[in-house]
Design a binder for this molecule. Structure first.
Ligand code: SAM
Length: 385
C-alpha cells in the first residue's frame, strides 16, 4: 500500500478488518451523489474510522463513531485527524463504548443523523458466517438508533459478510423490514475483480435506489469514478431459476469467460452489454462462467473488464488434458498461434509443466489463443478477439 494513503497509520488485525481506503471512498462518492439531507454521520462500530472519515469528507458533514475497543477508538481519532478538515473534524468525535448501551453513549440529543453505517465484526476463522455471529447484532443496533435519523430522510448502510447464504439474506431482509418498515432496500454485491464477491451490503432509506433492489459494483482499482454499476429491479432470490438450454457450441461462435462475481450477485442478465447481445449462457457456476454469442459484446474497455477472455471457437476436441498437450500443439500450429493459454482446471503441479510445453512448442510469431473446458467436457480452442 502506498505510503501516501490516509490509512497508512492502520496496521495489524485492524488493517484486515478495515475497509480499504479506495473502497470506502468509492462508496462515499456514490452516497454524495444521492444528495442526503444535511446532518451528522454515525458509525455504530467504527473500527479504524476509515469508512466514517470517507463519508464525512466526501459529504462534508461531521461524524460520530462508536467503538467498543479503546485502542481502535484511538486509531479512529487519528483517522479523523488525518482525513477531515479542521471545521468538520472539530464538530466530530469518536466515543469508546458499546453501541447497544445507548444510555451510556454521550451524544447531544439535538443531533440527527443523515446516515447510519454499521459494519459488524464477524469471526475471521470460520468459513460460513451467520447473522447471530455478528457483533454488534445489526438488527438490535439499528433498532436502538433508528429514531436518531432525520425523519423520513435518513439512510442506513449495513455491511454484511459476502458468505451469507441466500436463506440468511432473506431472513435479514425480513428482519430489516420489520424494524424499518418504510425503508426501501437495495442489496449490493461488490467485487474488486479477483473473481469473487468482496463485499455484500444493504443500503436502506434515502441511500436505496428508487426502483433498485439489487446492484453489482465492480470497483475500479484506482479511479472511484470509474466503477461499473449494474442494477436490477429484482433480487437474485426473486428470480426464477431457469435451467440453461442449448449448452452445445459450434466452431465459429464467440465464447466469453465472464466475471464469476457478477453471477454470484445474480445480476448477469441485467448487464446492458449482455442484454444487447444475442447470446446464451452455457455455464453459470464455478470460476469460469461462459457466455456464447455471435458478435463482439462491447468495445468499451471498462465494461470489458467484466470479461476475462473472449475468443472465436476454432476447434472442439475430445481430450483429457492430463494426457498431455501434443494434440493442442498440433492444432495451435495449424491455427498459427504463438500462445495457447490453458484456462481450465488442472492440478497445480501439472499446470506449469503443460503450459510451458505449449509455450515452447508453438510458433514464435502468430496469434493469441486459449483453451477452455466446455460443460460437455470437450475442449474448445479459441483465438482471442
Ligand atoms: C468490522 S470492524 C469495523 C471496521 C470498520 N468499518 C473500518 O473500516 O475500520 C467491526 C468493529 O465493531 C466493533 N464492535 C463490536 N461490537 C461492538 C459494539 N457492541 N459496539 C461498538 N463497537 C463494536 C469491533 O471492536 C470492531 O472494531
Amino acid at each position: 500500500m502506498s505510503k501516501n494513503l490516509p490509512d497508512r497509520h492502520i496496521d495489524g488485525i485492524l488493517k484486515q478488518l478495515s475497509t480499504p481506503w479506495i473502497i470506502a471512498l468509492e462508496r462515499a462518492y456514490r452516497v454524495k451523489k444521492m444528495n442526503l439531507e444535511n446532518g451528522f454521520i454515525l458509525d455504530l462500530a467504527c473500527g479504524s474510522g476509515i469508512q466514517l472519515a470517507a463519508y464525512s469528507s466526501q459529504l462534508n458533514m461531521p461524524c460520530i463513531g462508536i467503538e467498543l475497543d479503546a485502542e481502535r477508538a484511538a486509531v479512529s481519532e487519528n483517522t479523523l485527524n488525518e482525513i477531515l478538515n479542521f471545521d468538520i473534524n472539530s464538530q466530530s468525535k469518536i466515543i469508546t463504548g458499546n453501541c447497544l448501551h445507548k444510555e451510556k453513549i454521550n451524544i447531544d440529543k439535538n443531533i440527527l443523523f443523515s446516515l447510519i453505517h454499521l459494519d459488524p465484526a464477524r469471526p475471521t476463522n470460520i468459513q460460513s458466517h451467520t447473522i447471530s455471529e455478528m457483533e454488534p447484532n445489526p438488527i438490535e443496533a439499528l433498532d436502538i438508533w433508528k429514531n436518531n435519523l432525520i425523519k423520513n430522510k435518513g439512510g442506513v448502510i449495513l455491511d454484511l459478510s459476502p458468505r451469507l447464504s441466500k436463506e440468511q439474506c432473506i431472513e435479514l431482509m425480513e428482519e430489516l423490514k420489520r424494524i424499518l418498515p418504510d425503508f426501501k432496500q437495495t442489496w449490493e454485491w461488490s467485487s474488486q475483480g479477483r473473481g469473487r464477491v468482496d463485499r455484500l451490503s444493504v443500503w436502506l432509506g434515502s441511500v436505496a435506489g428508487e426502483n433498485t433492489k439489487s446492484r453489482y459494483v465492480r470497483n475500479h482499482p484506482k479511479d472511484i469514478e470509474k466503477s461499473i454499476v449494474i442494477e436490477s429491479e429484482k433480487l437474485p432470490w426473486e428470480k426464477e431459476n431457469v435451467p440453461l438450454k442449448n449448452t452445445t457450441v459450434e466452431v465459429g461462435e464467440i465464447l466469453s469467460i465472464v466475471d464469476p462475481a457478477l453471477i454470484s450477485s445474480g445480476l448477469e442478465n441485467s448487464w446492458e452489454a449482455i442484454k444487447n447481445s444475442e447470446g446464451r449462457w452455457i455455464r453459470k457456476e464455478g470460476r469460469r462462467p461462459l457466455f456464447i454469442h455471435s458478435n463482439k459484446i462491447t468495445d468499451n474497455e471498462e465494461i470489458n473488464s467484466l470479461i476475462s477472455e473472449s475468443g472465436v471457437i476454432r476447434s472442439i476436441i475430445e481430450h483429457d488434458i492430463n494426457e498431455g498437450v501434443e494434440q493442442l500443439i498440433e492444432i495451435g500450429k495449424k491455427l498459427e498461434l504463438k500462445t495457447l493459454t490453458l484456462r481450465l482446471k488442472i492440478s497445480p503441479e501439472l499446470q506449469p509443466i503443460l503450459q510451458s510445453k505449449l509455450d515452447r512448442n508453438l510458433i514464435d510469431i502468430g496469434g493469441l489463443g486459449f483453451v477452455i473446458k466446455l460443460p460437455n467436457n470437450k475442449l474448445a480452442i479459441c483465438t482471442k478477439i
